[in-house]
Design a protein around this ligand. Sequence first.
Ligand SMILES: NC(=O)c1ccc[n+]([C@@H]2O[C@H](COP(=O)([O-])OP(=O)(O)OC[C@H]3O[C@@H](n4cnc5c(N)ncnc54)[C@H](OP(=O)(O)O)[C@@H]3O)[C@@H](O)[C@H]2O)c1
Length: 256
Amino acid sequence: MQSAMFSLEGRTALVTGASSGIGRVLALGLAGAGARIVALARRADRLADLVAEITAQGGSAIAAQADVTDPDSIERALDAAEAAFGTVDVVISNAGVTDARNFLKIDAAARDAVMDTNFRGVWNVGQAAARRMVAAKRPGSIINVASVLGLAVQPGLASYCASKGAVIQLTRSMAIDLMQHGIRVNALAPGWFKTELNDAFFESPAGLERIARMPARRLGTLDELVGPVILLASDAGSFMNGSVVVVDGALDALLA
Ligand SMILES: NC(=O)c1ccc[n+]([C@@H]2O[C@H](COP(=O)([O-])OP(=O)(O)OC[C@H]3O[C@@H](n4cnc5c(N)ncnc54)[C@H](OP(=O)(O)O)[C@@H]3O)[C@@H](O)[C@H]2O)c1
């Protein structure tokens, strides 16, 4: 009976940034919990591979090629989702980019590029999906992927840290404004997980030295994000709203 609380049977989950890394693993994990998946990203070939994998495992999924910085493409993705599965109930706003440079060296265009994807993208997707949930009078769960770098900072990542801090405050604002419609909004704040976003760094001497200084002495594995996201997405998390769920092996807890 308890496991039924974590079930996503009959729900439709839109996952942005599903073509690689965290988004891909979350899409597979949500499908495993019973959700129908709408996999959104710009690289259609990778989305096709993911859809084939979910389908081969007995799940249901469609690919939605879209750019989170382009509101029209998001509307088209939501149209496709509704045509295939009905109103989207769960949104994982995960698409993101990084830019590792000293504050003095980031020009306005580079700053805006990070904000456009990491902050405006989360805004665009969340607003478009929430408007459709409200119009359909359906409850929902929106999970915005922030970072521990939205809570504290590291050198040379000013635009990224600022964008993730903005995602956390946007999440809290969305939670308050959407609560009356039965839509919960939470943020996931991962620590370090090796993906295409950072693999070059974590394979370098500086990256290995960083891992050695982490409380857990290791990176997270992508599967370790699936359980927390299912909790937030499902009825098991029904009173979780406006929260920031940190999944980081105590990285953020240590003053170092
Ligand atoms: N890895 C970590 O340690 C870590 C830690 C904390 C937070 N995060 C966050 O987790 C999220 C996923 O990162 P990741 O590590 O899995 O990196 P990743 O493997 O590079 O994945 C990023 C994803 O975002 C998509 N994307 C980027 N720009 C997009 C756009 N304009 N429109 C649609 N999709 C876009 C990419 O797909 P396309 O290029 O195909 O569009 C890709 O699927 C990011 O928000 C990141 O900030 C990661």
